[in-house]
Design a protein around this ligand. Structure first.
Ligand code: UDP
Ligand code: MG
Length: 140
């Protein structure tokens, strides 16, 4: 099934000059970039994005990290895009991420792990319109 998924190049990866390298992983896998921008979240906006994690011990720190500098949110489209993006990203903790994945290559630790990817259709349905209006994601 053709799906859309929300990815974010996180502040650590933007800071490392890895935006182009990370986009290349997705494009080389045949995924289509359907929307893309650079922006900076407030801590409150980062908390709203990660609202599902509000009870987790890392929630406040995560929101601080995600608002420390610019991020690059993007929408990717393709067959099975949600799972494929997660596979290309690698495990949350870079210590567990398979060699050749984005996180194995660019993550610093379990928090500063370079990229986000929606984990389900339900998450994608919340996360895509969180960042992109219809005007910012034109139908091709
Ligand atoms: N995170 C963290 N500590 C943890 C687990 C996660 O700081 O113990 C951060 C990390 O940046 C991660 C994000 O919280 O990407 C969301 O966590 P999730 O479990 O949803 O991982 P993901 O779906 O990003 O792999
Ligand atoms: Mg997640």
């Amino acid at each position: 099934m053709v799906q859309r998924t929300l990815s974010i190049i996180k502040p650590d990866a933007v800071q490392k000059n890895a935006v182009g390298a990370i986009l290349k992983y997705f494009e080389d896998a045949g995924l289509k970039i359907r929307a893309l921008k650079m922006m900076k979240l407030s801590t409150e906006e980062a908390k709203a994005f990660y609202i599902v994690h509000r009870e987790r011990p890392f929630y406040n720190e995560l929101a601080t990290f995600m608002s420390e500098g610019p991020i690059v949110p993007l929408v990717l489209e393709g067959e099975d895009a949600i799972k494929r993006v997660r596979d290309i990203m690698g495990a949350t903790n870079p210590k567990d991420a398979a060699p050749g994945t984005i996180r194995a290559t660019f993550a610093t630790n379990i928090e500063r792990n370079a990229v986000h990817g929606s984990d389900s259709e339900k998450s994608a349905a919340y996360e895509i319109p969180f960042f992109f209006s219809a005007l910012e994601m034109p139908e091709i």
